[in-house]
Design a protein around this ligand. Structure first.
Ligand code: HEM
Length: 353
């Protein structure tokens, strides 16, 4: 959400629905083991909105945004409240041929913007503020490739939900009221074998993806001899309801090092939907019909996070403040029961505006 005056203000923290951007940074961090590491991270995240304004205000048209997600272990350290219903560490998936590893991480920062320099500057200041209290586990700078194509040459993101469907798919709903408005986030870094992919020819590539390459038109899944990526990633429950997720994948690469990749990021109100997609891709449905996209794309990371809504971050501002903060109340407020209206993560100085 861009705020009451639209483009006139930087996009606030936790804007899962920020527009797909030209540039993005995916930063996975591990938090140091000590209480003061946690307190320092709390303080920095508490001023995420301030940092977004500091950098984003220099070019409002760059639409700088940042979503922070917490891994399951980090959640337990940060929050006096029980985990969101489905939050757990990334479950590795092993099919007969391909494997999706779990590589972990305490925090995910998904930084988006229309300008590479704006994303860079935000990341630079953020890491400077976090200092030695965090360790960078993984850092990927992604870029938009022509008309939002991946490096395999296909338009990526077409089937994303839009308008009111976006919130319904990407955000937790009333079934977990304490954390409604938040989002489960799954990330994976994939490396492509572009030479082998190019050797296939366009027709075979289109069969694998399930769409035509040049004009992005869907192929008829009923005529597929083997399920395409599009078909395997389509989740329909027993009641016939289709479940979408929000994807904001980005290409990345270093041609000089032969590195060509796709950074997958999926947001969902229901983690099981993303997990079912991964099972179907890596194991196949029926088993043995794995996603042939994986024959040319190797998953080298995998991690799951929960991004609470901005309100939830704000709501806990008065809880569990750093003991070293002289202005903090002497004792943190007692944990709120599960049906309390306004929990959060006890993060530093974030305040409602
Ligand atoms: C669709 C690329 C990984 C979920 C697509 C499409 C492309 C694509 C080109 C068709 C256009 C579109 O609707 O966006 C890739 C690449 C990946 C990757 C290059 C990594 C190498 C994944 C993963 C998931 C996923 C790991 C889920 C866990 C989906 C979904 C769709 C889709 C839900 C839409 C299916 C539909 O038509 O309803 N992907 N994808 N993708 N992908 Fe992926």
């Amino acid at each position: 959400m861009t705020g009451a005056s639209g483009d006139r203000v930087p996009i606030g923290a936790q804007s899962v629905d920020a527009p797909l951007s030209r540039s993005a940074v995916f930063l996975t961090l591990a938090i140091g083991p000590d209480d003061d590491d946690l307190a320092a991270v709390r303080d920095v995240l508490g001023d995420l909105d301030g940092l977004l304004k500091t950098v984003g205000f220099r070019d409002l048209g760059a639409h700088l945004s940042c979503v922070v997600g917490f891994g399951a272990t980090a959640w337990d350290r940060f929050s006096p409240f029980a985990r969101p219903a489905e939050l757990h560490p990334f479950r590795p998936v092993s099919g007969a041929v391909h494997h999706a590893p779990s590589t972990g991480g305490d925090l995910l920062l998904h930084i988006r913007g229309e300008r590479t320099d704006v994303c860079f500057e935000f990341e630079r200041l953020l890491l400077a503020a976090l200092g030695e209290h965090v360790r960078v586990v993984d850092e990927v700078a992604g870029f938009r490739y022509f008309d939002t194509r991946d490096l395999l040459g296909f338009v990526d993101g077409t089937a994303n939900p839009v308008a009111q469907d976006l919130a319904a798919s990407a955000l937790v709903g009333d079934d977990d009221p304490q954390w409604s408005g938040g989002s489960y986030v799954v990330v994976q870094k994939y490396l492509h074998d572009l030479d082998a992919w190019a050797a296939l020819g366009t027709d075979e590539q289109e069969r694998i993806i399930g769409r035509s390459k040049s004009d992005n038109v869907e192929r008829d899944s009923a005529t597929e001899a083997r399920p395409s990526h599009k078909t395997l990633a389509t989740i329909v429950d027993d009641a016939g309801v289709e479940h979408d997720v929000l994807r904001d994948n980005m290409p990345f690469g270093r041609p000089g090092s032969g590195e060509y990749g796709t950074y997958f990021i999926g947001y969902s109100g229901q983690l099981w939907v993303l997990e079912r997609m991964l099972d179907r891709m890596f194991i196949g449905d029926p088993p043995g019909t794995h996603d042939r996209l994986l024959d040319f794309s190797r998953a080298v990371t995998g991690a799951t996070f929960f991004a609470p809504s901005r309100d939830r971050l704000l709501g806990l501002a008065d809880l569990a403040r750093a003991p070293s903060d002289p202005s903090a109340p002497p004792e943190p407020s007692p944990p709120t029961p599960p049906d309390a209206p306004d929990p959060g993560l006890g993060i530093g100085s974030l305040r409602r505006t």
